[in-house]
Design a protein around this ligand. Structure first.
Ligand SMILES: [Cu+2]
Length: 283
């Protein structure tokens, strides 16, 4: 867990500390006041450069083992119907020939659950991993966040984009990271941010109440978001005993403990159960 604490500490830039406040009173005060005012209206200067990884961090993409854990997340029961999203009042949001559907529970015809965040919750010890250089991307397209669930590593840059000819915003609701609220005033706008502490961050657009997304932040690279078939795979793990966790925004979390040796592949399955269908017998 030392990696988590290290990342947390780095989330607080030293320039925001109180140490230099008195010394820089004349030149710093107007800038500080301006920064505070801009923060209040959601226009604080962009924090686009995460801190560098600590010395000894395992480079992104470097193999640390030959064990694999793979599997699938499935839904048991009657899948809830996806509801049409009514985008009344925003004609520009409509995409010809397509109807936007709710994304809170998406079950494929074969029972696979989409948009499940699956990650190694414990078992990697105190290894510290550098984040990948490529940014994660969340687009605002057709007045939806795309993807609905994004997984990133702590201190990995996240690029928010607006591909719509309408004004959106991005509000990040966090408990462990610094929340933000940024305006996305029209097509082509791109803004970069990052989160330093592992947690699942809620993303909302306040202008369009149906727009929601989640960004799952992990301290290491062993995390995935399932696609249509609900499958996931972690390759390149060291031999060990791991807790694998699957998270779904409405259905909660499930965990499994898996022991795997070098060169081995373990296959697991997570099953989420929905509410009983109306009229079905109790139990
Ligand atoms: Cu919006």
């Amino acid at each position: 867990m030392s990696a988590l604490r290290g990342n947390h500490a780095s989330d607080t830039p030293s320039r925001h500390g109180s140490r230099g406040a008195g010394a820089a009173r004349h030149r710093g005060a107007p800038a500080a006041i301006l920064t505070c005012l801009l923060s209040l209206i959601g226009c604080a200067p962009e924090r686009i450069s995460p801190p560098p990884p600590p010395p000894g961090a395992i480079p992104a993409g470097q193999s640390i083992g030959s064990a694999s854990i793979e599997g699938r997340v499935v839904f048991e029961g009657v899948p809830p119907l996806r509801r049409p999203i009514r985008m009344s009042g925003e004609a520009a949001c409509h995409r010809p020939g397509s109807e936007a559907l709710s994304e809170d529970i998406v079950v494929s015809p074969g029972g696979g659950l989409k948009n499940i965040y699956v990650h190694i919750a414990s078992g990697l010890g105190d290894r510290v991993f550098a984040p990948p250089a490529a940014p994660g991307v969340v687009d605002q397209a057709g007045c939806l966040f795309v993807p609905h669930v994004l997984d990133v590593q702590a201190n990995q840059v996240i690029e928010f984009a607006n591909s719509d000819p309408v004004v959106h915003n991005v509000r990040a609701i966090c408990e462990k990271n610094r929340p933000f609220n940024i305006s996305m005033p029209g097509k082509g706008k791109r803004v970069r941010r990052y989160f330093s502490v592992p947690e699942i961050v809620k993303i909302r657009c306040d202008i369009h109440a149906w727009m929601s997304a989640y960004i799952a932040v992990e301290s290491h690279p062993f995390h995935r978001v399932t696609g249509d078939d609900g499958s996931f795979a972690f390759k390149g793990l060291p031999a060990g005993k791991y807790v694998v966790e699957a998270w779904q925004e409405k259905l909660g979390t499930a965990q499994q403990t898996v022991q795997v040796g070098e060169g081995e592949t373990r296959t697991i399955e997570f099953t989420f159960r929905g509410r009983p269908a109306p009229g079905s017998p109790p139990g």
